[in-house]
Design a protein around this ligand. Structure first.
Ligand code: MG
Length: 380
């Protein structure tokens, strides 16, 4: 690994784990953030990402992104940026691989439906759910729940949380809640992983959107980011078309986004001269696009929102999926003993939360098959 900057998150200045563990580095020679990454990679929730929807439902085609391939792309983009900024690649990778562990089946529609079901019970927030997975729901160790990840990895996974849930979960969140009370920034690695997520999905959703036939390549010309890269690529390869054009334009979009992010973040770092991760926490966010690029990213995202995420074909499939989530929620609330034993030990006082944990962990195909089985059973 390249030399780490003084303001990076370093294994030797980690805030540590909730449950004390033998002195690190471990016998295997891995530092705490490498161990975090490996724990995420080996957990059941990570394997289930393969069968969870990103935008297109899992069964719509084998070439579309899933939550798993999305998470791998976030990790790859995040590590590439971390190397250039001398930040901790291992930590970025651990956060990126874990950041979507709490996502429900059926993508955003599933999440909205579960949030609606939990309306009177403090809602459903997928970032908080990802933290729940790594802190409580995974069963891998003899003496504690969860994966016992380092503070810095947990901080990166949580990203944001509503005020209501900070107050509700203060004893559990500890320092993670304090950060929001004190208006402190997370590590640069956490800031970076968050933007790597945005770079990854904006670009791969264009790719999947065109592949699916829902987006027209020409329609994207109304966005500056796509149009400027397309013009650039066509100057080099005037006859390029179809999927090779699409891939080349997207490749150049990722390049300019990363270049802009690295250059602008470097200038912010030079301007504020943090000397430690503690300085980073007390400064404004330092990992950021330039104003001009921010504008282009906003334009692209609103294009995708309007033309892809709200496309009638996406909506009609996802609305059906949402109805299945609502059915499952109602069913397991009235049949609590059919929820697997482990979930029944978490949140003893809130059957709705236990039910949400169980449903959030389901893959698309498991949720669908449970819906069909239970629907048949309950319909005369
Ligand atoms: Mg994501």
């Amino acid at each position: 690994m390249i030399d780490l900057a003084v303001y990076s998150a370093r294994p030797d200045n980690s805030e540590g784990r909730v449950h004390p563990e033998p002195q690190e580095p471990s016998k295997s020679g891995r530092n705490p953030f490498q161990r975090d990454r490996d724990r995420v990679l080996h957990c059941a929730a990570f394997r289930r990402l393969e069968y969870k929807t990103q935008v297109f439902l899992n069964h719509e085609g084998d070439d579309f992104r899933t939550r798993l391939t999305h998470s791998l792309e976030v990790a790859q983009i995040g590590r590439a940026i971390a190397r250039r900024l001398h930040l901790n690649e291992d930590l970025v990778e651990a956060i990126a691989l874990a950041h979507d562990l709490g996502h429900t089946p059926f993508g955003h529609a599933g999440q909205d439906a579960l949030n609606q079901c939990m309306h009177h019970f403090n809602g459903f927030e997928h970032n908080l759910q990802s933290l729940w997975v790594v802190d409580e729901l995974e069963e891998r160790y003899p003496t504690f729940n969860g994966l016992n990840l380092s503070y810095e990895t947990r901080e990166g996974i949580l990203k944001h949380i509503s005020r209501k849930n900070i107050d509700l979960h203060r004893p559990w969140l500890g320092g993670l809640a304090q950060r929001f009370d004190d208006h402190l920034q997370p590590s640069l690695e956490a800031q970076l992983a968050n933007i790597a997520d945005e770079v990854a999905y904006s670009n791969h959703d264009i790719d999947d959107g065109i592949r699916s036939g829902l987006l027209e390549m020409d329609a994207l010309n109304e966005t500056e980011l796509w149009n400027s890269r397309r013009t650039f690529v066509l100057e080099m390869y005037p006859y390029l078309e179809g999927r090779r054009l699409r891939h080349e334009v997207i490749r150049h979009m990722i390049h300019v986004l990363i270049d802009d992010l690295v250059n602008h973040s470097q200038s912010l770092i030079a301007q504020h001269t943090p000397k430690s991760i503690d300085d980073v926490r007390h400064l404004p966010a330092l990992i950021s696009f330039s104003d001009n690029m921010k504008k282009q990213v906003v334009e692209l995202k609103s294009f995708l929102f309007k033309n892809l995420y709200r496309h009638p074909r996406v909506l009609s499939v996802t609305q059906e999926a949402a109805a299945q989530i609502e059915f499952l929620f109602a069913y397991f609330i009235s049949h609590p003993t059919e929820i697997p034993g482990h979930f029944r030990t978490v949140d003893q006082n809130c059957p709705e939360r236990r039910t949400a944990h169980y449903i959030a962990g389901m893959t698309d195909r498991f949720a669908r098959s449970e819906f069909l089985r239970l629907h048949a059973k309950t319909t005369p």
